[in-house]
Design a protein around this ligand. Sequence first.
Ligand code: NI
Length: 176
Amino acid sequence: MPGSAMSIRHILHYPDKRLRIPGQKVVDFGPEFQTLLDDMAETMYAAPGVGLAAPQIGVSLRLFIIDVATGDDEPSDLRVFANPTIVKTEGEVTWEEGCLSFPGVHEEIDRAERVLVKAQDRQGKWFELETDGLLAIAIQHEHDHLEGKLMVDHLGVLKKRLVHRAMVKRSAELSA
Ligand code: NI
């Protein structure tokens, strides 16, 4: 890629307050946006994770990427969701989720089983996708990030407090 080297961005960890800032609409799908997407992909794959939302790297945009093809022998399946709206949901499912902003935390969270999402791709072209399974879970999880909503917000009071304490302790130890 002439002139632009991809780079891994710093992922914000809870309780960083910037994770609470809702994303703004993506209006420019130009070169800067393309570089941002390349950086997000590189950051997500390096972590590694199956999804990454722009607010997680301190970029307040309604934008996330997902790749649920995690197996070594599977081809990559990078999907871009800009300005997404979850139009319809169906059913209920409980899924053990993790988040790159909550290292080491895995919690069971109730989600819709099936979603219909409308979004723009990396060229700004609108598309609709109806899906279930891990992809549907990831879409709901990443979409939350665009609203400043985090996985702890889905937990009961006690579990939320435990995760909060563990993460605060972790960040204190890291900065000590
Ligand atoms: Ni997350």
